[in-house]
Design a protein around this ligand. Structure first.
Ligand code: ATP
Ligand code: MG
Length: 559
């Protein structure tokens, strides 16, 4: 076995392997991903999904998707549907493994009654503000509520009446009776239930009390007989509470394990902020291709494989860090390089007339390679005719010596076609270049000169007569700064939004083969990057740029 055959393991895999060795869970591995349906999934969630579901797949276990639908005010069916769709798109089969925290509302209620009977929970009538004040701070112990000493009977009666809807929102809560002086604030009699007279997407008006996250979450894990409950680091301080609830009830008790959440440069990841960007129209929606959401990345042209390989590549750690967004971009570049068909597309066209081309109607159909990385992708025919388009920035009138593209008197290769030489420049009344006059060398068909003559530059091009019109949307980072929070006093994270994150090019000319492209199809436009057909695409094609190529060539030219 060579070193590269050894699968890299992270600390969570080590825990799982240990447990399998000792038979801690009778050899079972059962994980879950518990999103709150209050927004769309983002790339951070993808990391958690790949970790949780990936472990289950790796060790022959099972995984659940469990919606944490305990706050009806912020949660919507739209989000539930989008989350399930995104997970399937990532490549995880959810089969019949979709659950809801609300599936267990009745059982959780019964468990709460058990705790009350044990003298471990009580109904408190303090207002939310008072509860906060009584709670104390990190340096100051909390104070006990005057209602803490209520009898079991009184608590049972009040809790039942809470459920029946006899009290208004905020008038009572059910709290765990733990320790108001605990150094861990989460243990200072945390709230288990609050009153909310709100309709729930799934349970409708059946309930007007809703469980709090810490209470609900561990019970969900226990009921589903999860083995490893993997969550992000901010829950480390909640672990004693997770354990307390399950131990007091004496029920099945999974192991909580924390890992570092993913942060990425040039973007934000909190759902609250993403929602703000959508609501304030800084982006066109949750699936705007500039968003770090899975639906945005999908629309942008990211493949599920590239996202999974990115998640595997960044690994799993115990300390928070921010990953450079170029690593995500590299992942999709690498994946698309292997599979995307190559096509020619001129994004900012400049007309070229081949003066010595036999006639206006002569067309030469040339062979072009579909993917040099994949010979099985074959070849296609591209038409060459008298009038062509090349990229505006592939021509300079006063070109420096090292500009290896087209300039007056210089010769370049048109990809898969001929060598051409620029003989004249046509300008309009404002002095703008509107057309180039060129000659071609008929002996260079296919792109090589029989006399061994070399040219430094190879340009992509499209035949004008055959070109397909398209709009191309070119994206840049959503935030100009690597860390959007890096702002001066008095300014906020939205002040670092990149004003140039979207450039719309409306006059693009594509080779005719692309006429058949369907929404979601991905291509490499030679020398321009990777592009994907947008769902908006109709009779007029619309492409999104997924990512640029590493254009080493452009760097040389700038020197
Ligand atoms: P946000 O802070 O964006 O609202 P959240 O953690 O409240 O995120 P949930 O829907 O509760 O969102 O997340 C579901 C799961 O995804 C949780 O287990 C959470 O730990 C995990 N998760 C959320 N964000 C990230 C991230 N950036 N990296 C890794 N895991 C994450
Ligand atoms: Mg959460």
């Amino acid at each position: 076995m060579t070193e590269s055959d050894v699968k890299p393991t992270n600390f969570i895999q080590e825990i799982v392997e240990d447990d399998l060795r000792t038979g801690k869970w009778e050899g079972r591995v059962h994980t879950r991903f518990p999103p709150e349906p209050n927004g769309y999934l983002h790339i951070g969630h993808a990391k958690s999904i790949c970790l949780n579901f990936g472990l289950a797949e790796q060790y022959g276990g099972e995984y659940n998707l469990r919606f944490d639908d305990t706050n009806p005010i912020k949660e919507e069916q739209e989000y539930i549907d989008a989350i399930a769709e995104d997970i399937q798109w990532l490549g995880f089969d959810l089969k019949d493994r979709i659950f809801f925290a609300s599936d267990y509302f009745e059982q959780k209620y019964e468990y709460a009654v058990q705790l009350i009977k044990k003298g471990k929970a009580y109904v408190d009538g303090l207002s939310p503000e008072e509860i906060r004040e009584y709670r104390g701070t990190l340096t100051k112990p909390g104070r006990e509520s005057p209602h803490r000493a209520r009898s079991v009977e009184e608590n049972l009666n009040l809790f039942e009446r809470m459920r029946k809807g006899e009290f208004p929102d905020g008038s009572h809560v059910l709290r765990a009776k733990i320790d108001m002086a605990s150094p861990n604030l989460n243990l200072r009699d945390p709230v288990m239930y609050r009153i909310l007279h709100a309709s729930h997407p799934r349970t409708g008006d059946a309930w007007c009390i809703y469980p709090m996250y810490d209470w609900s979450h561990g019970l969900g894990d226990s009921i589903e007989r999860i083995t490893h409950s993997i969550c992000t680091l901010e829950f480390e301080n909640h672990l004693p509470l997770y354990d307390w609830f399950l131990d007091e009830l004496g029920v099945y008790h999974p192991q909580q394990i924390e890992f570092a959440r993913l942060g990425l440069t040039h973007t934000v990841m909190s759902k609250r902020r993403l929602l703000e960007l959508v609501k304030e129209h800084h982006v066109k929606g949750w699936d705007d291709p500039r968003m770090p959401t899975l639906s945005g990345l999908r629309r942008r042209g990211y493949t599920p494989e590239s996202i999974r390989s990115f998640c595997a590549d960044i690994g799993v750690a115990k300390f928070n860090s921010t990953i450079e967004i170029v690593r995500l971009e590299n992942a999709v570049r690498e994946d698309l390089n292997k599979r995307a068909l190559r096509r020619m597309a001129v994004l900012r066209p400049l007309k070229v007339v081949i003066e010595n081309w036999p006639t206006d109607t002569d067309v030469d159909w040339l062979d072009a390679v579909n993917n040099p990385e994949d010979p099985s992708a074959g070849t296609r025919k591209v038409p060459f005719s008298r009038v062509l388009y090349i990229e505006r920035d592939d021509f300079l009138e006063d070109a420096p010596r090292k500009f290896f593209r087209l300039a007056p008197g210089r010769e370049v290769r048109l990809r898969y076609a001929y060598f051409i030489t620029c003989t004249d420049v046509v300008k309009d009344e404002n002095g703008e270049i509107v057309e180039l006059r060129c000659t071609y060398d008929p002996d260079t068909r296919g792109g090589d000169a029989p006399d061994g003559r070399k040219v430094k530059g190879t340009l992509h091009w499209v035949s004008a007569e055959h070109a397909v019109d398209a709009e191309v949307r070119v994206y840049d980072h959503l935030f100009a700064k690597p860390d959007p929070n890096d702002v001066e006093d008095g300014r906020d994270w939205k002040d670092t939004l990149n004003p140039n994150s979207l450039e719309v090019l409306t006059d693009c000319k594509l080779e005719p083969d692309l006429k058949q492209a369907n929404p979601g199809d991905r291509f490499q436009f030679e020398r321009r990057g990777y592009f994907c057909v947008d769902p908006d695409s109709g009779s007029e094609l619309v492409f999104n740029r997924t990512v640029s190529l590493k254009d080493t060539w452009a760097k040389i030219a700038k020197k």
